[in-house]
Write a protein that binds this ligand. Structure first.
Ligand code: IPM
Ligand code: MG
Length: 356
C-alpha cells in the first residue's frame, strides 16, 4: 500500500527526531511492502523565520490532502517576544482546529526497563504502569472567546471556558471505546464542584456512559486527580478530560514514567485522520547535538500505523523494536542509568530500524 504523510519537522530537536522516525518508517515499508511518501511542510518558528507567519495556508492544505501528519516540535526562546497570536504555538493550535483534531490520545506507559527512572515509590508502580489520557483538543478555554476589556478596577483580560454538549459527547465516545478495548475503566476528570461547564461535562459523560454498561465509569475532580496520579497511578486505565486539564495532567503523567522523551501522542479527527507527535517540546538547548531521544517520535509513528493506517502488525513491530533496543541496554542521555550503553539520536534510530 501507499501512504502520504505530511511532515512538519518544526524547530529545535524537531528535525532530528523526525529524521529517525522516517528511518524507522522506511524500514517498516521495506519489511512489510508499503510505500510512505513524505511531504515536508513549514510550521512554527521556522515558518515565522522563512515566511513571516507560524502556520502558512499551504501547510494546512497539504496536511488536509495527506493521509496523516507527523510533527516534530515547534517553538523556542527565539520567538518568545512575539505577541500571543503570532507565536509558534499558534501553528499547533491552528492545525488542531483546522484539521478537526478533537481527540488527543496520550498514553503514559512505564517500560519495565526504565522502572528506575520513575520518581515514585517502587510499590506504586510495581508490575508496570499503563494508562491513557484522552484529552479534548479543539474546545474549552483554549478556543473560547478571549480578550481585554476595561472594568471599574482597570484593564482586565479574560479567556472563556465553553463546551457544547456535542463536543463533550464525541470525546466521551472516543474514551469509552478506548476503555472498552482495555481494562474497561474510565475516569472522567472535571471541576464540577465549581464550574458550570464541568457540570455539563459530567452530565453528558454520564449519558453517553449508558451506552457502555460494560465500562466502569467514575468521576474525579481535577485537583484530586492530580494527587491520585502521584499517589496511586495504577488505579487509572483511561482518563477523559477537557483541553486545559488534559494539558496539565498529561505533563504530570509523563513525569511519572520518568521520561518525557519516550511518550508519543495521537491527535485524531472524525474518521481515521490523525496528527502524530512526541509529547515533548522542541528542547532548543540540546538541538543539533545528536543527544535527543527519538523514541517518542518513533512510538508516535507506531500510533500512526495503528490508528490511521490500520496496520497493527507493523505498529507492534515498531514498539517491539524500541523495547528490544532498551532490553539490550542502549539508552539516550535522558534515560541513561548506570551500567547502560549511551547512544545518540542517530544511533538510536539506526538500532531501532535494524531491529524491525
Ligand atoms: C501540548 C502543549 C501545547 C498545549 C502548547 C504548545 C500550545 O503544551 O501539546 O500539551 O498547550 O496544548
Ligand atoms: Mg502541554
Amino acid at each position: 500500500m501507499e501512504y502520504s504523510i505530511a511532515v512538519v519537522k518544526g524547530d529545535g530537536i524537531g528535525p532530528e527526531v523526525i529524521e529517525e522516525a522516517k528511518k524507522v518508517l522506511n524500514r517498516v515499508g521495506e519489511r512489510f511492502g508499503h510505500r510512505f511518501e513524505y511531504k515536508e511542510l513549514l510550521a512554527g518558528g521556522s515558518a515565522i523565520d522563512q515566511l513571516g507567519l507560524a502556520l502558512p495556508s499551504e501547510t494546512i492544505e497539504a496536511c488536509k490532502n495527506s493521509d496523516s501528519v507527523l510533527l516534530g516540535a515547534v517553538g523556542g526562546p527565539k520567538w518568545d517576544h512575539l505577541p500571543g497570536d503570532k507565536r509558534p504555538e499558534q501553528a499547533i493550535l491552528g492545525l488542531r482546529k483546522q484539521l478537526g483534531l478533537f481527540a488527543n490520545i496520550r498514553p503514559a506507559i512505564l517500560f519495565p526497563e526504565l522502572a528506575d527512572a520513575c520518581p515514585l515509590r517502587r510499590e506504586s508502580v510495581e508490575g508496570g504502569l499503563d494508562l491513557i489520557v484522552v484529552r479534548e483538543l479543539t474546545g474549552g478555554i483554549y478556543f473560547g472567546e478571549k480578550g481585554y476589556k476595561d472594568t471599574e478596577k482597570g484593564r482586565a483580560a479574560y479567556d472563556v471556558e465553553i463546551y457544547s454538549e456535542k463536543e463533550v459527547e464525541r470525546i466521551a465516545k472516543v474514551a469509552f471505546e478506548m476503555a472498552r478495548k482495555r481494562r474497561k475503566k474510565l475516569t472522567s476528570v472535571d471541576k464540577a464542584n465549581v464550574l458550570e461547564s464541568s457540570r455539563l461535562w459530567r452530565s453528558v459523560v454520564n449519558r453517553v456512559g449508558k451506552d457502555y454498561p460494560d465500562v466502569e465509569l467514575s468521576h474525579m475532580y481535577i485537583d484530586n486527580a492530580a494527587m491520585q496520579l502521584i499517589r496511586e497511578p495504577k488505579q487509572f486505565d483511561v482518563i477523559v478530560t477537557n483541553n486545559m486539564f488534559g494539558d496539565i495532567l498529561t505533563d504530570e503523567a509523563s513525569m511519572i514514567t520518568g521520561s518525557i522523551g519516550m511518550l508519543p501522542s495521537a491527535s485524531l479527527a472524525e474518521g481515521n485522520f490523525g496528527l502524530y507527535e512526541p509529547i515533548h517540546g522542541s528542547a532548543p538547548d540540546i538541538a543539533g547535538k545528536d543527544i535527543a531521544n527519538p523514541m517518542a517520535t518513533i512510538l508516535s509513528v507506531a500510533m500512526m500505523l495503528r490508528f490511521t493506517f490500520g496496520l497493527s502488525e507493523e505498529a507492534d513491530a515498531v514498539e517491539l523494536a524500541v523495547k528490544s533496543v532498551l532490553r539490550e541496554g542502549y539508552r539516550t542521555a535522558d534515560i541513561m542509568s548506570q551500567g547502560m550503553k549511551k547512544i545518540g539520536t542517530k544511533e538510536a534510530g539506526d538500532r531501532i530500524a535494524k531491529a524491525i
